[in-house]
Design a protein around this ligand. Structure first.
Ligand code: NAP
Length: 314
């Protein structure tokens, strides 16, 4: 007989890992399924300075996520690298199917998070990995001593632009308005940094090059004027894109009501389906941070435990 877990968690970012810790520690047989590396978007963060207790000089998203995983495992949570391809969430037993089999559980916590939004301009796909990047921690060092460009005006864009000043000669933020959206502390740091520059009221209109990114075409959103940034002969331009997030909810379409792709829950992380909870960036919520993801995960796991206890006493 195939094992039916008390709890399956889909996604191993901070929400999923916190849910794994709380679920396993509460004595639930807990399986965490993750298609990529455990840690989610935290892995893309070089500096974690607003998670309570994290010391930015020694903590990055990778180290924090690694310890979260070990902590969940220490209480008995099992983590598997599986890309779940379909989910059946109705009924008492939930079924999650991967390429080499099905996983069953009495409760599920959806914690698939969100992914970087694409610009949607011509050349973006072609030059991804050849000049276009969505991860400064991963690719910043390739641009040592070069000029790089960052698109976006939110916390991610400004934080990652500041990180890139460690390598680059100059970092230019390209933003579609004339004001940043990022929190004031980040803005202050960016404006005070001599390596930072800004191009306001501009959208990336298209990307060009031979094999590698060599030209960024910009459009002034006020005048419509087009200008080009061109690399020095044979050089690759670096364009780091941080223009927000898209929820990873394709699997859930038609299974649960979604709002702009995000899953609606109540404050106890319950979705409309009994025994199905959602946690972290996947949820409709105001503040998407590591701490709010972790808190969601803890609440969701405790609610799953309560749901199971109530079922057993029926
Ligand atoms: P965000 O806050 O949604 O900001 C996205 C930025 O990209 C905005 O400035 C937006 O411009 C711009 N943008 C959106 N679509 C665009 C397009 N097609 N072309 C050009 N620009 C576009 O996204 P985020 O910075 O990735 O942050 C996501 C969430 O994570 C936020 O809640 C943020 O607070 C959180 N976060 C927190 C931290 C931290 O606390 N240290 C770090 C990173 C992220 P407009 O301003 O004109 O809308």
């Amino acid at each position: 007989m195939e094992q039916i877990y008390d709890l399956i968690i889909l996604g191993a970012g901070p929400a999923g890992l916190a849910a794994g810790l709380y679920g396993a520690r509460a004595g639930l047989s807990t399986l965490i399924l993750e298609k990529a590396a455990e840690g989610g978007q935290a892995l893309l963060t070089d500096r974690v300075e607003n998670y309570p207790g994290a010391v930015p000089e020694v903590e990055n998203g990778f180290s924090l996520a690694a310890r979260m995983l070990e902590q969940a495992k220490s209480f008995g949570a099992v983590s598997k690298n599986v890309e779940v391809q379909s989910v059946e969430l109705d009924g008492d037993t939930k079924v999650l199917a991967g390429p080499s089999g099905e996983y069953r559980a009495r409760t599920v916590i959806l914690a698939t998070g969100a992914s970087p939004r694409r610009l949607g301009c011509s050349g973006e796909e072609e030059f991804t990995g050849r000049g276009v990047s969505y991860c400064a921690t991963c690719d910043g060092a390739f641009f040592r001593g070069k000029d790089v460009f960052v698109v976006g005006g939110g916390d991610s864009a400004v934080e990652e632009a500041l990180f890139l000043t460690r390598f680059a000669r100059k970092v230019t933020i390209i933003h579609r308005r004339d004001q940043l959206r990022a929190v004031k502390t980040l803005q202050d740091r960016a404006f005070a940094n001599e390596k930072m520059d800004f191009i306001w009221n501009a959208q990336v209109d298209g990307l060009e090059g031979q094999e590698i990114l060599q030209t960024i075409r910009l459009k002034d959103v006020k005048t419509g004027e087009i200008r080009q940034i061109t690399a020095e002969e044979g050089d690759m331009l670096g364009l780091f894109v941080f223009v927000g997030l898209e929820p990873n909810s394709a699997l859930l379409e038609g299974k649960l009501p979604l709002e702009s792709g995000y899953v609606k829950t109540d404050e106890n992380m319950r979705t409309q389906l009994p025994g199905v909870f959602a946690a972290g960036d996947l949820r409709v919520k105001g503040l998407r941070q590591i701490i709010t993801a972790a808190a969601d995960g803890a609440i969701a796991a405790m609610e799953a435990q309560r749901y199971l206890a109530e079922k057993e006493s029926d």
